[in-house]
Design a protein around this ligand. Sequence first.
Ligand code: FE2
Length: 282
Amino acid sequence: MIGDAKITRRVVVLSDVHLGHSATQVGEVKFLGPLLEGADEVIFNGDTCEQTVSAWREKGRAQLAELKLLCARLGAEARFLTGNHDPDVDGEGWMDLRGGQIFVTHGDMILSDVAPWSLECIERREKIREVVEEFKGDVSTLDGLHRRTQLVEEELRPSEEPRLGSKGRMYLWTALWPPMRPLNILRVWLTMFAKAERFTERFRPTSEVFLFGHFHRPGIRRRGSRIYCNTGAFMRGARALMVELEGEWMTVRAIIRDKDGYFRPGDSCGSFRLRDQRSRSK
Ligand SMILES: [Fe+2]
């Protein structure tokens, strides 16, 4: 009966809200309300708020508190997973849902250098390589890989204020320089599903679904018998998707914005029937 109770919960998964960032589209937490309504549980899959850049940290902290209050007011249990922008959020690095059917993690563990498109990664390439090569832990386990990822992310922490306009108007332009940035962005976008497949095969070979974010590139792919969904991002120039889990169904929806600025569930981009949780455990 406990399994039945869990399976009837309506769970929503979002990622990369980036509260506090000058280029997030979520200027006010209330705009997320319609996405959270009716959910029993909301999983924020990393980069929910900004914790690594001092100029954005305080706003990110205050808005994270607001987000928790909003979820509580709507009767939704808020659960957080860490991302490279919010390594200190109150949550783990990954999550297994429905007895392991669904594997959820931000996606920063997929790449050894975490964020090859970032200026910090380009400028500190040698140092990052050293951290990766000198790591003594066991990266064949998720615990070990997560620890190495955290060490790389400490090296990637920006040492100066962001080189953006005050309201993030320059955000999209900053992706073009140095030229290595757009090249690296294109490269990871073209390869992210193949890399996600290798990662999931290695760490959760029996999962049916892998949910991730991090790459700010929404999409759904079926590779083999598994569904991969990147939920995109709420950043300027990007699009976000929401995942709904209810009963035996997983639905991926577009997110639309109404004229008042509220984000709302849009059309379905795909519905997938999940195998019966009880039959899996036999
Ligand atoms: Fe992000």
